[in-house]
Structures are given as structure tokens and as C-alpha cells.
Ligand binder design. Sequence first.
Ligand SMILES: Cc1cc2nc3c(=O)[nH]c(=O)nc-3n(C[C@H](O)[C@H](O)[C@H](O)COP(=O)(O)OP(=O)(O)OC[C@H]3O[C@@H](n4cnc5c(N)ncnc54)[C@H](O)[C@@H]3O)c2cc1C
Length: 458
Amino acid sequence: MIGIEDALTPHPRLRVAICGAGVAGLTLAAALSRTSDFDVALYDAAPELARAGPAVGLWPRAWQAANAMGLAHALAPAAIVPPDRLVPVAFDFRRGDRAHGGAAAPQLVTPGMISFPRQDFQRALLSLVAGSCGLHPGKRLVSFSQRTSAPEPVQLFFEDGSLATCNVLVGADGVDSTVRACMARAVADELTAAGEAPAAQAALHAARAQWSGTTVYQATVASDALREKSPEHRVLTTPQVYLGKDAELTAYPIARGSRVSIAAFVVRPGSSEEARSDEPHEADAPREELALAFGGWEPEVQALLDCVASARRWAVHTTAPLRSFAHRRVVLLGDAAHAMTPYQGAGAGQAVEDAYILSALLTHPATTAHTAERAAAVYDAVRRPEAQRVAEVSREAGQLYTFNYPDLVPDPESDGEEMLQETYERIRRGWEWAWESSARPDLERAVAMLEGRVPIST
Ligand SMILES: Cc1cc2nc3c(=O)[nH]c(=O)nc-3n(C[C@H](O)[C@H](O)[C@H](O)COP(=O)(O)OP(=O)(O)OC[C@H]3O[C@@H](n4cnc5c(N)ncnc54)[C@H](O)[C@@H]3O)c2cc1C
């Protein structure tokens, strides 16, 4: 039998299995690896850990959480710009979906995002867990089972026929989470047995990932090529956000100005998962696809897209708001719990915050194999409302950026300056939580709940 029975600690206080070694799973494993009386096993379906993917960007709130978990020293060298050398970045907003363009105005000043090549971010965390956690690449979880009473172990079943046990199972297995699906089946069975068939159906439905209606394209272009086409192009010096009906394009200089990064968002409002269920979540896209999506937009946008050789495309899938992130001794972390649209660049940051709260609860002296269920319930009470609020802010930001926000849809023909200013202002206010608040009060509330000083409630 392969699994956490290959214990690294002779008499562990808690045996934690983490399913999924992405941003969420690795961050939690790294935070737990500092605790000597834990056995932590990390399983991932992929044969190789720390694979490439879109850059990981953390806003200050998530970076503070990483720092509080003691991870900043390992992560900082992997950052594209060292966190202590970050400078504020001001984005101009501009209506771009008409041939004559729109007036630009500086609308959003961010403190800067701490960005990492995804592989480097994950490798830095892997370096912390190697030696202290059991690493099991190539292990795809297919299901789990748990009895009602602790400390009966949770049993894990893998595709290769092997099994393992643990006291706490953490489902960090991404947007198409097996742990979430399995948890939903267990919850639905209990609801059905209690005579609550509609709630059981709802629980099963909520566990399915859905296409959000958004497709994201990412590409970079050489600044020299852009300069040749459009010598005065404002993106060469100033980050721009071009807004328009059913699409948005953000572009800004990177690599000391030698390249321009482009993130383009195209939405099909009102679409459902059926509309794209046959498409892969991620694929290469020819530049023609982007050109078609932004046909009729202003010359600046066309100049940018003319320089794109090819792009990477993501059909963004999300989870519906779950009724719980925990069921007994099984919890969900990261995209498995709250996959969200990328309009606030917050998915990975929210995974880091999950790990911040959960690691504090699991390593608290009050948490043992007998009491782990209480820690899971507190995690749910504290993290679920916050993560679901951020997901909702991100959804609304998407509506604002793409002129789909109810009662705030600028006229396609007129300049609609007042409505545009209101849109920009709401977008700006929507961002504030990311750098003007902290996850520290959530942590303090979670510990107070675990210690019984305040009731467990959302
Ligand atoms: C284009 C794009 C740009 C983004 N930009 C940002 C950004 O700037 N900032 C930000 O905060 N977020 C961003 N995000 C979101 C962010 O990438 C995700 O929220 C984050 O990667 C989620 O991490 P995760 O660990 O929960 O899931 P994942 O990264 O999906 O990891 C899940 C892991 O689980 C494994 N797995 C799956 N099923 C099983 C199984 N059955 N058994 C075992 N292992 C399994 C997978 O192999 C994988 O390694 C962006 C997303 C996209 C698409």
C-alpha cells in the first residue's frame, strides 16, 4: 500500500492528506511543514509536480498572508519584481469598442501585484516541503470515504488501485475537483435520507464546474514591433484597460519595457456550461480568433492585436457558491472550493488565504484526530463567506468591464460620459479590498471560534 502510512513522524498528532499540488495544496503543505508532529502527504494526479501555467499574481493582502505563514523568504526570490521593490502602477481606463476610441483618464492606481512565473512559485514551495512531507506525484484520487465518528480515518482510493488513510483530507484538486464531487454525493445522500430531496439535488448541481461565459486570451508582443506600427502607442509607456461591450483588453509594458503583456477577456453573457462543455479549459488560439473578437475596436487595439503571433486561451470555469467548504474531516481549498472569474486576479490569492486560515486551525494545540471536525467547521465558517464575496466582486467587475452591469450599460453610439465615469468609479472601488484590508482579523476570529470564545458562525 502506498500512502501516508509511509509515516515520516513516529506518533503524529495529525495525519493530513492534501489532494492536489497546485498553488493551494503546495501553500498549505509548506505552511504545515513547519510543524514537527504532523504527517503531511501531498498527492497529485500529474506525474510531474510544479508544471507551467499562467503567472501567479498576489495582491498585498495575500502576500501578507504568505509572509505570516513564513513563506515569504522562499517565495521572494522567485518574484518577477522583488516584493520590496514594488512600485504603484496606474492604469488608464478607456472605452475601446468604437472605431474612434474614447478619452483616457487615469482611474486605477494599484500598489503593484507581486507576480511569479507559476513554475517558479511552485518550485519555491516544493523546496520547503521536500523532506518534511510525503510527495506522491502520479496519484489520481478517485474517491474517499469517511465514517461519522472521529478518529476513524478518512480512506482515500486512487486510480491505480492503491489506498491510503488520514485524519483530515484536504481537497485542493482544482476547479474539476474529485473531492468536491465526492463530498457532494455524501452530502446529497444524507439530505435524501433526511427527506430533503430538492436540497440534495441542489448540492449535486453546485458541485459541477460551470463555464463562466468568459474566455481569457493571454499573449505578449515585442515593444519594437508595436512601436513600428504605432510609434506613439500609449501602451508603450502607460498600462491601459480598454473596455467595451462584451469584451475587455488590458495591456501594459513588462520586461523593462521590451515587451507588452496582453490579457483579453471576451464574454458571452447568459451562456451556460452546455455552451462550451466540449471545449478544453486551456488551449492555443490563433491570432485570427482574437482579431475576430475585437473587430471594429479602435485602431490602438488593432495595432496591438496585429503584433500578436499566437495566444493562449482559457475557457474560464467556476464553481457555484457551495453550501459548505467542509464535511466532517474533509475540507476544500483553492479552486476546488471557490473557482472564480479572473477579473480581480484573486483566485490564487484566495487559495493562499485559505491555507493561512486552515494551517493555523490545524496546527492549533486544540486540534487532534478527535477534534479535527471542529477545525474544519471553523474553516468553513470563516473562509466561505469571504471567498464567496471575492468571487462575487470578481463577477461584478467582469460585468462592469464588459458593459453588462445591470442598469449601467453605456449606449453603443453616444459617448455616455457620465455612465462611463460611474462604471470606472465602481471598478476602482471594487478593487480596494485587495490592498486596503487584511486577512489577519479573519485569523483571529477563527482562533477565537476554535477556542470556544465565540460561537462558530459565518
Ligand atoms: C488566465 C488566468 C490568469 C489568472 N491570473 C491570476 C492572478 O493573476 N492572480 C490570482 O490570484 N489568480 C489568478 N488566476 C487563478 C489561479 O490560477 C487559480 O485560482 C489557482 O491556480 C488555483 O489553484 P489551485 O491549487 O486551487 O488549483 P490548480 O492550480 O488547478 O491545482 C490543482 C491540482 O490538483 C491536481 N488534481 C486534479 N485532480 C486531481 C485528482 N483527482 N487527484 C489528485 N490530484 C488532482 C492537478 O493536477 C493540479 O496540480 C488565473 C487563472 C487563469 C486561468
